[in-house]
Design a protein around this ligand. Structure first.
Ligand code: UT7
Length: 316
């Protein structure tokens, strides 16, 4: 018997500290108008000195567990997507496992930059469909503020911190309908973050305008691929839950799906780009405020460094 991966709980966490465009314009040569017009961002959250990817992941994961009303011990697999791990090792997945006090799960991290949570959903779905796992926790958690060069106005205006979580369990009812993930390592130079062992310090470097163009085209293609694989029309999609990098990229994907912006879950304005956390944070917001209803069809998508990109089509 093949099972579906059914969503049974979601969670999210944002650090308390808010950094506004106006505050940023006091330290770098930019303005609220420029940032909002070009990106759709007004403010972002910044992790405190004590907060880490695993501490934020714990709060989001506990919320998802509470929503699902399950015994945490029933979780078989913990997947954490992060580009800003607490440590090189142990993995943030293992650190989260410890924080949650779950003894029997297997835990690991994946690194697919901003597409991390979509890659996580895809891996979780393969484990559940194959019968290798029954209940899987996927978390995207990022302390992006630690790898941002706060003197570089082309990148420091974009990123924020936070964590999103989702719990999936094997079910005969429909859940994840399909996932589609891709990568192309040819684009390393357009968006990268050196490690602390390289000579250059570990800050994000991005040729934003070039990334923008590839992102719009690639996300258009992933929409087609997802609809075709499921033999669906645009009109079958109730909600778009996009990676929150730039409102103009999101608007282009919504247009491709013939969706009004009212059918798009937007968190960008007050969160910025939280990399691998953004899609799960947005999904959680849509579920918790009641916009995303049981039985509706939701398209999640993301694009990030690598390049990596992907989608997950979910019947919630
Ligand atoms: O999440 C992973 C994937 N990442 C993305 O998808 C990000 C994709 N890229 C973007 O979102 C956009 O390219 C940005 C928001 C990063 C930049 O917007 P843009 O419309 O592509 O601007 P641009 O890079 O072409 O720069 C236009 C001008 C330049 O000045 P000149 O050369 O025309 O004189 C920049 O120096 O804007 C200048 N500029 C700024 N001005 C004020 C760049 N950053 C700023 C700034 N404030 N913060």
């Amino acid at each position: 018997m093949t099972y579906y991966s059914k969503v049974i709980g979601t969670g999210g966490y944002l650090p308390e500290k808010v950094l506004t465009n106006a505050q940023l314009s006091e330290t770098v040569d930019t303005s609220d108008e420029w940032i909002y017009e070009r990106t759709g961002i007004k403010s972002r959250r910044i992790a405190s000195a004590e907060e880490t990817a695993s501490s934020m992941a714990e709060i989001a994961a506990r919320q998802a567990i509470e929503a699902a009303q399950i015994d945490p011990e029933s979780i078989d697999l913990i997947i954490v997507a992060t580009g800003t791990p607490d440590r090189v090792y142990p993995s943030t997945g293992c650190l989260l496992q410890r924080r949650l006090g779950i003894k029997h799960a297997v835990a690991f991290d994946i690194q697919a930059a901003c597409s991390g949570s979509i890659f996580g959903l895809s891996i979780a779905d393969q484990y559940i469909k194959s019968g290798a796992a029954k209940t899987v926790l996927v978390v995207g958690s990022e302390a992006c503020s630690r790898i941002v060069d706060w003197t570089d106005r082309t990148t420091c205006i974009l990123f924020g911190d936070g964590a999103g979580a989702i719990l999936l369990t094997a079910s005969e009812e429909q859940g994840i309908l399909s996932t589609h993930i891709h990568s192309d390592g040819e684009y390393e130079e357009l968006l990268y973050c050196p490690t602390s062992t390289e000579q250059q310090a570990g800050y994000i470097s991005m040729r934003g305008n070039e990334v923008f163009k590839v992102a719009v085209n690639t996300l258009g293609r992933i929409v087609d691929e997802t609809l075709e694989a499921n033999e669906l029309e645009q009109s079958h999609i109730d909600w778009l839950v996009p990676h929150q990098a730039n409102s103009r990229i999101i608007a282009a994907t919504a247009k491709k799906l013939k969706l009004s912006m009212d059918q798009v879950i937007m968190t960008l304005e007050n969160q910025g780009n939280t990399s691998s956390a953004s899609v799960l944070l947005a999904f959680n917001e849509g579920v918790r405020d009641g916009r995303i209803q049981r039985g509706q069809v939701v398209l999640l998508e993301a694009f990030g460094a690598g390049f990596t990109w992907g989608s997950a089509l979910i019947k919630y």
